[in-house]
Design a protein around this ligand. Structure first.
Ligand code: GUN
Length: 296
């Protein structure tokens, strides 16, 4: 059985159309949601993610405040910028693109962001609220994955989910969200990582695999059961002389092999990626709505 491809671009476009209507309604009340994006350094992948985020804001009518800082920016200057953005009423969301250059203290920066503007959901307050099931900004990639699964009609309750990868951005939060006692969760979740002894023994019994290991071919056809649902979070550049840029993007899953056994699978690109940006816009709009309510 060849899999149905989950079209992340289409799901993202549907959600963005809904958000665009919401932004237009807010504008009638004099509210313009604002997102500040902070990029330190010149990493090409980070630069292209940040540009895509800013473009998406413009498309929806969200004010986008672009802050591009030199690679050698000091901790003090970065902290001062975060402080300024925390106190700027036009800004409802602050996103500091990760990873930061090595000389900067990432956790200190994330801790300094006002939790009410933490649209990435990376502040420990929001992480803690997520874990205990309280209302919080949810991190964008895992939140986007849940929407992709739900809008594709995948039953999460009782499903055996295997997450491959334990990053703070994807693996840990998606595992937490999926075990919540609510309609985003109720799944049985196993988290595998680089020290897992026999990865295939876990992936073979999964109803849903979420691959977020950051390594091509981590999941291959011999490691999955028939009918599995596969969400590929990986974005890996592999050399390809036939491409103008000299590389192509692949996920963590051997797409060509696994799609012959899966029931549903996300492509790379065009799967999870567009959803990450969409959930950032979603959180920014929600933040603007909350800020407006707290003023009245
Ligand atoms: N780097 C990779 N993914 C993300 C993300 O979702 N947010 C931020 N801020 N940095 C990232």
């Amino acid at each position: 059985m060849a899999a149905t491809i989950i079209d992340g671009k289409q799901v993202a476009a549907d959600m963005r159309a809904e958000l665009k209507d919401k932004v237009a309604k807010l504008k009638e009340e004099g509210i313009v949601p604002g997102l500040a994006v902070v990029l330190v350094g010149d990493d090409p992948a980070s630069r292209s993610y940040v540009t895509a985020k800013e473009r998406a804001c413009e498309e929806l009518g969200i004010f986008s405040d672009d802050n591009r800082l030199a690679e050698d920016t000091s901790q003090e200057d970065l902290m001062a910028l975060v402080d300024k953005l925390n106190n700027d009423a036009k800004i409802n969301g602050i996103l500091v693109q990760l990873p930061l250059p090595k000389h900067l203290n990432e956790s200190e920066v994330l801790l300094a962001i006002d939790p009410n503007k933490d649209v990435d959901g990376f502040h420990p307050i929001n992480v803690g609220k997520m874990v205990v099931g309280e209302d919080a900004f949810l991190p964008c990639t895992p939140h986007g994955i849940i929407h992709l699964l739900k809008r594709s009609g995948v039953e999460l309750s009782g499903a055996e989910v295997v997450v491959v990868g334990r990053s703070n951005i994807v693996g840990k939060p998606i595992a937490n969200m999926l075990i919540q006692k609510n309609d985003m969760g109720n799944a049985t979740v196993t988290v595998c990582h680089t020290r897992t002894k026999d990865l295939a023994s876990h992936t073979k019994r999964a109803d849903i695999i979420i691959a977020a290991a950051g390594r091509p071919n981590t999941v291959t056809a011999d490691m999955v059961k028939d009918g599995v649902v596969v969400i590929d979070v990986g974005v890996n550049r592999v050399e390809d002389a036939t491409k103008k840029k000299g590389y192509r993007l692949v996920g963590d899953v051997d797409f060509e092999g696994v799609k012959e056994k899966a029931s549903l699978i996300t492509p790379v690109p065009g799967g999870v990626g567009p959803m990450t940006i969409t959930m950032l816009l979603y959180n920014t709009v929600e933040s603007a709505e909350k800020a407006a309510k707290s003023k009245t």
